[in-house]
Design a protein around this ligand. Sequence first.
Ligand SMILES: Nc1nc2c(ncn2[C@@H]2O[C@H](COP(=O)(O)OP(=O)(O)OP(=O)(O)O)[C@@H](O)[C@H]2O)c(=O)[nH]1
Ligand SMILES: [Mg+2]
Ligand SMILES: [Zn+2]
Length: 286
Amino acid sequence: MKGTIIKGIGGFYYVRNAEGEITECKARGKFRKERILPMIGDEVEAEVKNGKGTITEIYPRRTKLIRPAVANIDAVVIVAAAKSPDPNTALIDRMLVNAEINGIRAIVCINKSDLADSCALESIYKNAGYETAAVSAATGEGIDRLFSMIEGKTAAFAGVSGVGKSSILTLITGSELETGEVSEKISRGRHTTRHVELFPVRGGGYVLDTPGFSSVETEDITPGELGNCFPEIRAVSGECRFRGCAHIDEPDCAVKALLENGGMAVSRYESYKELYELQRSKKTWK
Ligand SMILES: Nc1nc2c(ncn2[C@@H]2O[C@H](COP(=O)(O)OP(=O)(O)OP(=O)(O)O)[C@@H](O)[C@H]2O)c(=O)[nH]1
Ligand SMILES: [Mg+2]
Ligand SMILES: [Zn+2]
């Protein structure tokens, strides 16, 4: 049987075939030996006996993201809240960099636009060259437009705990996903969504709900390549005086000029500098 892994819990993988039937599967031992871990979103071949399955083959992944760990997505929807919790631009930028490294389309979605004005935050990412969507899962505003941006595609929703990923996906999938109060999440240090799960949606696409997180590691990249992961830097870096300009202390730097004339958000540049130092400090490049 051919199918897609839609969920994994306690060593079991739930594989959904084209008819929509779901089979509980174990991964064949050879995967463990080869240190290959099946991922949610993987297309697999499974042998089914008496209703129990064994995954025998994992088809080549079109895309792969590590945080959240999902395979074969077309887009990642990075969700932040206009308020409660307050937006964390450093985390958003790290997630955007990981999407760039893996060649995955990124959409920045600002939820809870009913609680605070989201324009300033939205324009940071629009100006950087990203698709954006301001929505409210509470009022339903913007949800149809967001859906039209991912219709027919496989999109993973990622972001800090409490921003409303599951609330948005409840509206998009039409099935009630578990959600929880932000205050409860903070006081109990518990995220409501505990595992990645893939849901089919009307129009032939899929969405993936993922657990919230509070930190994001960027994947390995040389400091020199980092600028290419910021679209607004990528667009102007050819105009710097020095080839290989780090855009930090060099004279006649086009990125610095962009920053000074307001063409790049200060928070974006701060993220770039922080990540540049971080990547440079990694031993592998020395
Ligand atoms: N005012 C307002 N509240 C919202 C909105 N969207 C979600 N919430 C509330 O925010 C809280 C957190 O929502 P969840 O959907 O559980 O958030 P999550 O991102 O899935 O969180 P984790 O699963 O822990 O990662 C819930 O109490 C929701 O009712 C919104 O647009 N406006
Ligand atoms: Mg959730
Ligand atoms: Zn420069």
